[in-house]
Design a protein around this ligand. Structure first.
Ligand SMILES: Cc1cc2nc3c(=O)[nH]c(=O)nc-3n(C[C@H](O)[C@H](O)[C@H](O)COP(=O)(O)O)c2cc1C
Length: 302
């Protein structure tokens, strides 16, 4: 019997495939659909205090081996989004509320709201590569980040996950600070800062010019980040970036991830991707005589 369950702090997931933030998670209906398609947990769209329109179009481009996006964190604001989450309050699948802000007090406010609205954990998006003041600037300021994490931990009872960017040089210093501040898990990686230029017009195509690259092309970057992080912290790591097949997920587990998030592959393989990836992991495990994922988490580190 193959057991796909995994744990992230106090959360128990029936399988290790989670929906990544920002993909098909804008309302209760789309989240329910992802749950019905087998996701082991859901991360919400990143939500701020006020409604935000995001950037003008074009906001998403399909490139050779992935997607380039600069959405600009569009969201309806925490109070409106909360009414969507209340529809899912009875759900048995864990929901992780992703939040973004620039200041400690706003992060605390959003985390408390997520707790009230029934989220099972919060994920701090401190890694958006294209949102001024709300993104990587927060995630690479060690003092600010530690202050955000420890302040939230004092105010809410939920596990706190921290989502980091591959665009920072001092990843090891940051993850050690994150663990010291008592975060419950690290999520790696957010999109990779990137750009596409139209050679006929000589202009960047995205309205915001710069965006974040996701999908197959970034998997080796995500694997390297998870591998580096796993050597320096003891808290669980959630791997994300380019996971499209069960084999991709297994590679992340071997690098040290306890669960994985799937974003762009929902676009490439459809919402059924969660069930498909679980089946692929199960087949591989059977063929290699593994019964539990924990048997091969981090084997590449040994
Ligand atoms: C269209 C789009 C929107 C995204 N929005 C968010 C977001 O709101 N918050 C966040 O933390 N990450 C966001 N991401 C990043 C994903 O959650 C994920 O970290 C990244 O896409 C890498 O995973 P993937 O290769 O499986 O897509 C977004 C990605 C895409 C493609």
């Amino acid at each position: 019997m193959v057991d796909l369950s995994t744990t992230l702090s106090s959360l128990r997931l029936k399988n290790p495939t989670m929906l990544a933030s920002g993909i098909m998670d804008e309302d209760a209906g789309s989240i329910q659909r992802m749950m019905d398609c087998g996701a082991g947990a859901i991360v919400t769209k990143s939500i701020g205090i006020q409604p935000r329109e995001g950037y003008p179009n074009p906001t998403v481009l399909e490139l050779e081996s992935g997607l380039l996006n600069a959405m600009g964190l569009p969201n309806p604001g925490i109070d409106h989004y909360g009414t969507e989450l209340l529809h899912l309050k009875k759900s048995k699948i864990p929901i992780i509320g992703s939040i973004f802000a620039a200041e400690v007090k706003d992060f605390i406010f959003l985390a408390q709201k997520m707790e009230q609205f029934g989220a099972h954990a919060v994920e701090l998006n401190v890694s958006c590569p294209h949102a001024k003041h709300y993104g990587v600037e927060v995630g690479c300021d060690v003092v600010l980040l530690q202050n955000i994490i420890s302040s939230i931990k004092r105010k809410i009872h939920l596990p706190v996950f921290v989502k980091l960017s591959p665009n920072i040089m001092d990843l090891v210093d940051i993850v050690q600070a994150v663990e010291k501040a008592k975060a419950d898990a690290i999520v790696a990686i957010n999109t990779v800062k990137a750009m596409k230029i139209d050679i006929e017009t000589g202009r960047p195509i995205l309205a915001n010019k710069v965006g974040g690259y996701s999908g197959k092309a970034i998997k080796p970057i995500g694997i390297r980040c998870v591998y580096d992080i796993a050597q320096h912290v003891g808290i669980p790591i959630i791997g994300v970036g380019g996971i499209t097949t069960g084999e991709d997920a297994i590679e992340y587990f071997m690098a040290g991830a306890s669960a994985v998030q799937i974003g762009s592959a929902v676009y490439y393989r459809g919402p059924e991707v969660f069930r498909l990836i679980c089946r692929e992991i199960q087949t591989w495990m059977k063929n290699h005589r593994y019964e539990k994922i924990t048997e091969f988490i981090g084997v590449a580190l040994q």
